[in-house]
Design a protein around this ligand. Sequence first.
Ligand code: GUN
Length: 285
Amino acid sequence: MVENKIIDGKAVAKRIRLEIARETEAVKQMGIEPCLAVIIVGNNPASRVYVNNKKNSCAEVGIKSLEYALPEETTEEELLTLIDTLNADDSVHGILVQLPLPKQISEQKVIEHIVPSKDVDCFHPYSAGKLFTGAPVFEPCTPSGIMELIYESGIEIAGSECVVVGRSNIVGKPMAMLLLAANGTVTVAHSKTPELKAVCKRADILIVAIGKAKFINADYVKEGAVVIDVGMNRDENGKLCGDVDFDSVYGKCGAITPVPGGVGPMTITILLRNTLRAAKESKNK
Ligand code: GUN
């Protein structure tokens, strides 16, 4: 077994969070307390876990967090009014509305209501457009976290064939933009892609975000490829697992992220980094 073949997301996250904590302290010395407002609507149990993780992670690095827990029956207007208040509040640097939202509320409308200078999720069309043109306001959290893990693996992105499986606005599309910006040769594949196995097998860097437990096995992987697993599923025994069949792929790949302990810890780490950056930039307003 080759040591360090498993890319340790927890260790990378810890390293970056130590740096964030140090910088947060320095920003506080300058009289600014970085602050993230987190809004959760309704009783989705997974959302509750994510929001708790975000709040705990903020506390860990010294960033202040405010939680707004609204009832399931909240109207769109009520939520937009709260966002107006937070947009106008200079002591709030980042605003995050946990998705999904109850069906009476348009997610797109809500995302577009957050002022881009506080859009730490990088979901606003303005932020997405900036990313598209190579000048992001904030970093898209999961894809930027994945970039850190790719750097950790030691592979050179420039000149590599990169295949992203999945085309969501949160992961697949922004991931492709970051890899392109780093001079990768990028293919975005998805559920309607013919010959998916052959396409994946071209990849030096294979990123999988499809939400299907253990879907990608060794037949999809080129010998020595770096494999990044964004999935978070439960297997037949209720155990957490990714979109990649780890046991099948491990012997063939060059490096792989585990689930849990791979991409997961990175997403919130980048959210913290964005909030710190928003706080720093608020000084220049
Ligand atoms: N729901 C699932 N992932 C995310 C995320 O990264 N941000 C927000 N706001 N909601 C989510």
